[in-house]
Each structure stands twice: as structure tokens, then as C-alpha cells.
Design a protein around this ligand. Structure first.
Ligand SMILES: [Zn+2]
Length: 420
């Protein structure tokens, strides 16, 4: 049995340490304060009995739970991140514990009238009768991804305390700076030495993800010609009008607010303009690789069309790939998804398999040679004051880790049938 109070205490001890990351910093970790939790985690991993506990100069933590069987079993890993999002403050987190949730409004902050309500956040109703951990309305919670860390540490502790559960060698990895897109950047895949791993960084119970967007960023620069408005006839070219034409020429319904599932989009997120020059910043997203390439091509062709029309190099487009859909790296080793699925089913709940409309550290790791699907960590409403996590979900995720460890030490032939 995984004890609820133990989980709450562990989770609370993590979220009350501020680990907000900073996209404007060039160091790793991006903020000095991430060391506070990192150093504490190192001590805790040693204390529960893991071996080879290491932390490198960039605060990447790794540890080993040795195999307790005499036959060969693939080495697997579990990964989460200890930084929290710079979107909202993570300083002075004061977690509130709501036991036996009654399905009604939760007053997060009486003074500031901040309410967490199932009228708006319907997902809350799934957790009636459970124990919720919320914020006090003034900070984020940091369940993303300190719930993941709680789950991995607790699962390793459970396996150590219950040696009758047979498992192979398991590697644990905790990273800084995931929230600013750099969690995988300095992750030493070779040193980690696992055949595959799972990030514990999804949301609701059952989530299991191995598809994410292909992603690129585009900067469209439009040059105009500035002339005194009183003498401008036939001479002035206003870059902002050309920019408007450019924006309107892209498919108007292929934007984040009009798409879902596996539908891709162009997302204009910043306009910076004057007569002389306008810069448009886009992100391009698509699960399908060909469609992704076609989107990039479309943005360039559109620029060419306008340049031809104006007989000058008015528009230039710079596109930079950001990350790719991990699906192509997972499909050849689908047993790693099947094992996670089977683990959830054996624990009595349904895996929710859906494409991620974003990226994960796991997608980068998959392309670095460590196939890495993503599993739920249990939290909701990430990156803001309404973030909450049911303790029961943290326990379920912990049990999933234990079960995956157990299943991986069994005969994998069934999971592998159908693979090349
Ligand atoms: Zn996360």
C-alpha cells in the first residue's frame, strides 16, 4: 500500500521550494534556485537506497535501482523535471489539502475572491470524494512536474521495500529547465544507459502519449519604404499593409483556436511594426511530417508571390525547426507503449491515448536515441493559479511505474509481436 499522507508530505516538501525557470537566462540550470530542490532530491534518492546517485554541473540528476533478478531484462528509465513554468510565480507556494472533495466550488483565496469552480473546470467533478491539493490562489502549484518526481521517488521506494516484486535495472532522471524547452538539451542519454524511458509529465489519469507536433518557428520580415507622408504618392511602401496581406493570405481557419486533434496550424503570436519594417512571428505545428513541410513551403511561397508583385525583396521568411513528432521513433518499438497500456489496464483503468498538441522532453529524447513516451502525472490546469492535483492520481501514477517495472521483467514476446 502506498500511504496517502506520505505522498502528500513528499509532494509538499517539493512544491514549497521555488524552482521557477527563466527563458532569458543562458545558464543551466537557468535559475540558481533550482539547485535548492536538486540538492535535496539527491539526498533523498540516496536516503531511500538508490545507487549511483549523481548530479552533474548542470543539475541533471540520475540514479539507479539495481535489478533483483538473475536473468537479463531491458534497462528502463523514468524521467521528470523539477523546474516550474515562468508563466506564473512559483514563489511561496502554500498548498491546500481538500479532503473528501464534495464537488462544489473551492475557495482558493477568500481575500482576493479566487474560486476554483467545477462550473468552469468540469474535470474537478471526476474527483468527487478524493483528496485534492490546490494552491492558495496566488501562485501556481508545481504539480507540473513535482507530481512526476513524487511518483518516481515513491515508486522506487516501494520497489525497494517490496523486493518480492521482480524487476530489472531501473534508471531515474530528473532535469532542470523543461518549461523553457531545454530539459533534454544537456541530458546525457549515453550515461543514462536505458533502452527506453517514460516521462511522467502528462495530466489526467490514464494519459499515455507517443505522438506530438512537428514544430517550427518562423520570422517574417517585411521591408517598406518610408517617405514623408505629404510627399508619399507613388513612393511610400507601408510594410504594415503588406504584413496584413501576408497574414490574410494564410488559411484563416488553420489557427490554434480553430483546430484540435491532429489538425495543424499557423499561429501568429507577435506583430512588431512600423512603416519601414514589420516583423511577424509565427509558430508552425503539424503532427504529419508532409503537411508540416508543406506549411513551411507555403509561408515561403507566399513571400515570393508578394516580392514578385512589388518587384523587390519586400518579404523574407526565416524558419527554424524546433522539435519533431516522436511517433516515428516510437513506432518501431511499440512494445514500450503496449507495456504502459497493459500496466494501466491491470490496475483497472483505461489508457487515454491521444496526440499531444505540443512537445515534450520525451520527443527530444526520442530523437537523441532514447525512445520516451509520456505518462500522466495527475495534475490539471498547469502553469497557473488554478492548478490542482488529486492525491489518488499521484498514487495511481506511482502504481503504474511499479507495474511497468514488473511487466518489463516478464516475457516481452507478446508485446513485441508485430514489430519488425
Ligand atoms: Zn511538465
Amino acid at each position: 500500500m502506498i500511504e496517502k499522507k506520505h505522498i502528500i508530505d513528499r509532494f509538499t516538501s517539493y512544491v514549497t521550494i521555488d524552482t521557477e525557470s527563466d527563458p532569458n537566462s543562458n545558464t543551466t540550470p537557468s535559475t540558481e534556485k533550482q539547485w535548492n530542490l536538486a540538492n535535496k532530491l539527491v539526498e533523498e534518492l540516496k536516503q531511500i537506497g538508490l545507487e549511483d546517485v549523481t548530479i552533474d554541473e548542470n543539475a541533471y540528476i540520475m540514479a539507479t535501482l539495481p535489478s533483483n533478478v538473475s536473468y537479463p531484462v531491458p534497462v528502463i528509465g523514468f524521467i521528470s523535471h523539477f523546474d516550474t513554468s515562468p508563466d506564473f510565480t512559483g514563489a511561496n507556494v502554500k498548498p491546500q489539502i481538500i479532503e473528501n472533495y464534495d464537488g462544489k466550488d473551492i475557495v482558493l483565496n477568500e481575500e482576493q475572491n479566487i474560486i476554483l469552480s467545477p462550473d468552469y473546470f468540469e474535470d474537478l467533478l471526476m474527483y468527487k470524494g478524493q483528496t485534492l491539493i490546490t494552491t492558495d490562489g496566488t501562485t501556481l502549484l508545481g504539480a507540473d512536474d513535482k507530481a512526476g518526481i513524487t511518483e518516481i521517488v515513491s515508486a522506487m521506494e516501494y520497489l525497494i521495500n517490496n523486493p518480492e516484486i521482480k524487476h530489472g535495472k531501473i534508471r531515474v532522471g530528473f532535469t532542470p529547465d523543461e518549461e523553457i524547452g531545454r530539459g533534454a538539451h544537456k541530458f546525457d542519454v549515453e550515461k543514462f544507459g536505458a533502452e527506453w524511458a517514460y516521462t511522467m509529465d502528462g495530466s489526467q489519469v490514464g494519459e499515455l502519449e507517443y505522438e506530438n507536433f512537428n514544430a517550427a518557428g518562423a520570422v517574417v520580415t517585411i521591408k517598406g519604404k518610408i517617405v514623408h507622408p505629404g510627399y508619399a504618392k507613388g513612393k511610400m511602401i507601408n510594410s504594415m499593409y503588406i504584413a496584413t496581406d501576408y497574414i490574410n493570405s494564410l488559411p484563416r481557419l488553420e489557427t490554434p483556436e480553430h483546430t484540435e486533434g491532429r489538425e495543424g496550424f499557423f499561429h501568429l503570436h507577435t506583430i512588431d511594426g512600423s512603416v519601414d519594417e514589420t516583423k511577424l512571428q509565427y509558430i508552425i505545428r503539424d503532427h504529419n511530417k508532409e503537411h508540416f513541410e508543406a506549411r513551411k513551403e507555403m509561408m515561403k511561397e507566399l513571400a515570393n508571390d508578394i516580392n514578385e508583385q512589388f518587384q523587390m525583396e519586400a518579404v523574407s521568411v526565416k524558419i527554424k525547426d524546433q522539435y519533431f513528432n516522436m511517433r516515428e521513433k516510437i513506432e518501431p518499438v511499440m512494445h514500450i507503449v503496449s507495456i504502459a497500456k497493459e500496466a494501466m489496464e491491470q490496475l483497472g483503468f483505461k489508457p487515454l491515448i491521444k496526440p499531444i498538441r505540443g512537445g515534450t522532453d520525451g520527443s527530444q529524447l526520442s530523437f537523441m536515441g532514447l525512445p520516451c513516451p509520456n505518462i500522466f502525472a495527475g495534475g490539471h490546469n498547469f502553469h497557473g493559479r488554478y492548478e490542482y492535483v488529486p492525491v489518488e492520481s499521484i498514487i495511481k501514477a506511482t502504481e503504474v511505474i511499479v507495474k511497468i517495472a514488473e511487466l518489463t521483467a516478464k516475457d516481452l514476446t507478446n508485446y513485441k509481436s508485430g514489430e519488425e
